[in-house]
Design a protein around this ligand. Sequence first.
Ligand code: BV8
Ligand code: ZN
Length: 264
Amino acid sequence: MDDITPAFPDSLLTALRTARHVTVFTGAGVSAESGVPTFRDAHTGLWARFDATALATPEAFEADPALVWGWYEWRRARVMRAAPNPAHVAIAALARHVPALSLITQNVDDLHERAGSASVIHLHGRLMQPRCFRCDTPWRYPVGIPEEPEEGRRIAPPDCPRCAGPIRPGVVWFGEPLPPEEWQRAVGAAAGCDLFITVGTSAMVYPAALLPEMAASQGAKVLQVNPQPTALDALADWNMLGTAGQVLPALVTAAFGEAFPTRA
Ligand code: BV8
Ligand code: ZN
């Protein structure tokens, strides 16, 4: 991939340099350059091959726990073999240059944390925090990176040591409520910021997709970073068409002078 250095409007650089509170909102696109598949991308997207509602729901898990657990084990192996990319690193660095930064993610991977971001708001749960489907007791994966199962392989979920119920992924499935405290933190971060940066999300899953609108309606400026058009194009004050791994490091360098390695 050739390293292009995007040109940033002065108005954007000034907004970033003078912001009191920046809120960054990420979707699967921020992890794409780490090799973690997104959901909707035509060929690599998880949902191109699986129907998400056929897998990412409690009903699907109850109907076929081994199919759903196998899908998440395949994803977990991919995430554990992945490394944070320059986008994750730039977001973690940005926190050092602005008075206050909130990071809200729809992703269930831990790449923001592994890049050094703190107190990440995980709206849709965390892959690495499985729990019992029946009694909610937290469960811990065995140490080490699992063999990457071939896609679609069924793997029976472990049994809960307390109630023998099936262990489930620690994510929020469709039809399940978002964790109330995480949602409240996210709403506060959207309502309280003066610059909202949305990165790598098609903004089609609710209620998460309401956050950019909430930020804009209370007066925040909105920057979108995405290589494709999304539902947020009309809302954004600036649309940087490019990948997160190219645009975000260049933006932090242009605004604050901090240089970044251009490769993950
Ligand atoms: C809820 C965890 C209520 C699991 C996820 C009918 C019935 C039931 C519910 C609904 C319904 N209709 C609507 C709903 C609400 C539903 C919903 O929104 N459905 C959608 C499909 C319409 N929402 C829910 O069910 C939510 N819960 O409403 O509960 C309730 C209240 C009280 C009591 C009971 C119930 C729960 C939603 C959470 C679902 N879980 N994830 C898992 O990961 O398996 S969602 C999952 O999909 C992700 O977390 C993420 O949120 C979403 C995918 O979106 P993106 O991250 O944007 O990824 P996508 O691939 O779409 O886009 C990637 C973008 O990146 C693209 O634009 C691409 O161009 C770009 N990109 C690619 N490469 C790069 C890049 N960008 C930058 N750089 C690159 N290199
Ligand atoms: Zn249990």
